[in-house]
Design a binder for this molecule. Structure first.
Ligand code: BGC
Length: 463
């Protein structure tokens, strides 16, 4: 597998495409995640999640913010889904909060939790919006974290039971599923760097968490396949084009290491290719957690792979980075255009990731399940004229369209995200929404990017 590095100009002109140009099977939607929007963190019998717990500790989140209320989607979902409908959005990706459905992570199922998601699903269907459900978007029940969370092999059973509960209760109406959201981020940030919940660090946490997440990808897929008729099943990966900082053998090698970790680690075992240990020998230590049939059981025939892309990474050799000897050269040090997250604005990355995932024989279809950008939004006279986001999304859509025109298999695009929401360790500061959220009044204001998306999607419905 090679890093396909291509050089495209990045035209910032207005897009000359309509949604129709992507073909009739192509789906467009918006993506969200439970903890980032729902709020109602302790309503009824809901159990705490690791994010409830992590955000309650001072210093973990910028300005000590938390998702206790967030966008109050729990109470405002009807309004939000109606707003989606009015914006011609036909596909809504959201996640289920495990601890809302099973307060302790295992055993008891909450009737209130099931009732809530039934209402969300039914509301989507009533509005002509297809629900795309992610089983796990990072909010592990705290009760399970107290037993080790992703580090404990028992998570394979806990997750299987949880997946069965979701499939049984919602599978009659939900036909589009994703098992995990970005396992590299929740294991890397949560179990290696300690900057996301549960705040654990080091290889002894990271490696077992990685292996168990890999196993759960397949476990979740198999449960959904067995229990949901006519299901379309995927799982999602964070990924970035990786480019060597300098064209030197050391930087090229460093880039291959970063590629293995950022782009290959979770996909390849699910395709039966095992772990990409060649460039990252320390990954061999994962064998300590791999039981005899595991690599066989890690394989699952996903109907699609959810590609989530925001930027590219530029990589250089670094003697000082333990294990990897490679590091990211920050965008702010490279004199390039950046978003509020200090991510380089580099739309060709999405083309290159679609291309890269298409090179795997076992990948049947790619769907962009997240793409978006945070910029400073200003509310002036009741309007948010978010030109930079608008241009970013347009440029990325042009790249997706180019990929499709070049014969690559990509069949969907979900913008991250619908309303501004809780951006994990960064709190509420970075706004990614097509719709502005006033977090004091919970008022929604459709931004210029949202108005444009509505128009872009509208062409599909006219004919
Ligand atoms: C995650 C989202 C997050 C977004 C922007 C993705 O990594 O799935 O939850 O908000 O990127 O950072």
């Amino acid at each position: 597998m090679q890093n396909h590095d291509m050089d495209f100009t990045n035209p910032q002109q207005n897009i000359n495409l309509t949604s129709q140009d992507f073909g009739t099977d192509f789906v467009f939607g918006v993506s969200t995640a439970a903890y980032q929007i729902e709020g109602a963190h302790a309503i009824h019998d809901k159990g705490a999640s690791i994010w409830d717990y992590f955000t309650s500790k001072k210093g973990n989140i910028l300005n000590n913010q938390h998702g206790q209320i967030a966008c109050d989607f729990y109470n405002k979902f009807e309004e939000d889904i109606l707003l989606m409908k009015s914006m011609n959005i036909k596909h809504f990706r959201f996640s289920l909060a495990w601890s809302r459905i099973m307060p302790n992570g295992t055993g008891t199922v909450s009737a209130d939790g099931i009732y809530f998601y039934n209402r969300v699903i039914n509301c989507c269907l009533k509005c002509g919006i297809t629900p795309w459900v992610t089983l796990y978007h990072w909010d592990l029940p705290q009760a399970l974290q107290e037993k080790g969370g992703w580090v404990n092999r028992a998570i394979m059973h806990w997750f299987e039971d949880y997946a069965k509960v979701c499939a049984t209760h919602f599978g009659d109406r939900v036909k589009h599923w994703m098992v995990l959201n970005e396992p590299m981020v929740f294991t890397g940030a949560g179990y290696f760097l300690g900057v996301h919940a549960p705040g654990n660090k080091g290889l002894k946490n990271f490696l077992p968490a990685v292996h168990h997440a890999v196993m759960c990808q397949a476990i979740g897929g198999k449960v959904l396949r067995a229990l949901v008729q006519n299901a379309t099943i995927g799982t999602t990966f964070s990924c970035s084009q990786v480019t060597p900082f300098r064209n030197t053998p050391k930087d090229v090698l460093a880039t291959k290491k970063a590629d293995a970790l950022l782009n290959r680690l979770f996909l390849e075992p699910s395709l039966g290719l095992g772990y990409p240990t060649k460039y990252v020998p320390v990954l061999k230590r994962i064998e300590a957690y791999v039981k005899s049939d595991d690599l066989e059981n890690a394989v699952f025939d996903f109907d699609f792979i959810g590609v989530q892309n925001y930027t590219r990474e530029v990589i250089t050799h670094s003697y000082f980075v333990p294990y990897l000897k490679a590091k990211i050269v920050k965008a702010s040090k490279r004199n390039v255009k950046t978003t509020l997250m200090d991510w380089e604005v580099y739309p060709p990355s999405i083309y290159n990731m679609i291309h890269k995932f298409n090179q795997y024989k076992g990948v049947k279809k790619v769907i962009i399940t997240e793409n978006g950008a945070a910029f400073t939004d200003e509310l002036i006279n009741g309007e948010v004229n978010d030109t930079e986001r608008l241009e970013y999304i347009q440029s990325c859509l042009e790249q997706v369209h180019k990929a499709k025109s070049d014969g690559l298999n990509v069949e969907g695009y979900f913008a991250w995200t619908f309303t501004d929401n809780f951006e994990w360790a960064e709190g509420y500061h970075p706004r990614f929404g097509l719709v502005y959220t006033n977090f004091y009044t919970q008022q929604r204001i459709v931004k210029a990017s949202g108005k444009w998306y509505k128009q872009f999607l509208g062409y599909n419905t006219i004919v």
